[in-house]
Design a protein around this ligand. Structure first.
Ligand SMILES: *Cc1c(COP(=O)(O)O)cnc(C)c1O
Length: 219
């Protein structure tokens, strides 16, 4: 199977309003170009260094999404060009993104990553931690970030009912946050679903899926 046919097969399974992030981490520029030639413009990377290198080598109309765990001291390397940061899971990181975005005279779009999986290894914050952040005075003063929505990763399991429960939990939180109106938040994106579970995620209300191996092959 080629990247072209994989991409076509994935697209067929999305809804009209589902945004596809093609996760190109570990894959060479040649693979990204194949998807680019099929019209794909959004790519997801999880390592800062790798994303910066690819950004310099690739066409400039690509939208780069940082989907991995982001360290504060590395934000400065991507602040000039990153389109969306999916993995914001603490306030210090958000403040650093705001600071670096200000230096670039930009507003950087972010998603709060929420821990929905039962595994210890998955990053993300609790609903309580999120509430504490958005209710603080300081959050309202951040003029160079915009919270566009939420991101979550379900437990790695064969048990669809558990995955569904976790996705619906995130959807519920997303809908309840939409009731809150702050200038720093404009909730429209619910990023959930990967190669193994994106159909279920869409059925549970996702409108952004992050798909790697189904498009580019195993890593
Ligand atoms: C790698 C990765 C993906 C894509 O995973 P696949 O199973 O290859 O589709 C999605 N989201 C995050 C956060 C990732 O790190």
């Amino acid at each position: 199977m080629s990247i072209k046919s994989n991409l076509a097969a994935v697209r067929k399974q999305l809804m009209n309003d589902t945004i596809l992030v093609a996760v190109s981490k570990t894959k060479p520029v040649s693979a990204i170009l194949e998807a680019y030639q099929e019209g794909q413009r959004i790519f997801g990377e999880n390592k800062v260094q790798e994303m910066v290198e690819k950004y310099h080598e690739m066409p400039k109309d690509i939208h780069w999404h940082m989907i991995g765990h982001l360290q504060r001291n590395k934000v400065k390397h991507i602040a000039s060009f990153v389109t969306l940061i999916h993995g914001v899971d603490n306030f210090k990181l958000l403040k650093e993104i705001n600071k670096q975005a200000e230096k670039q005279h930009r507003i950087i779009n972010c998603l709060f990553q929420i821990k929905i999986a039962s595994e210890d290894s998955k990053f993300g914050m609790t609903e309580q931690e999120l509430t504490t952040i958005i209710q603080s005075e300081e959050f309202l003063s951040l003029e160079h970030i915009r919270i566009k929505g939420l991101m979550g990763m379900a437990t790695f399991t064969d048990d669809d009912s558990q995955i569904k429960k976790e996705f619906l939990e995130l959807k519920r939180l997303f809908e309840s946050l939409k009731e809150v109106h702050y200038p720093t938040m404009n909730l429209e994106t619910l990023s959930m679903g990967m190669s193994g579970d994106f159909k279920l995620a869409i059925a549970c209300g996702s409108n952004m899926v992050r798909i790697g191996s189904t498009i580019f092959g195993t890593r």
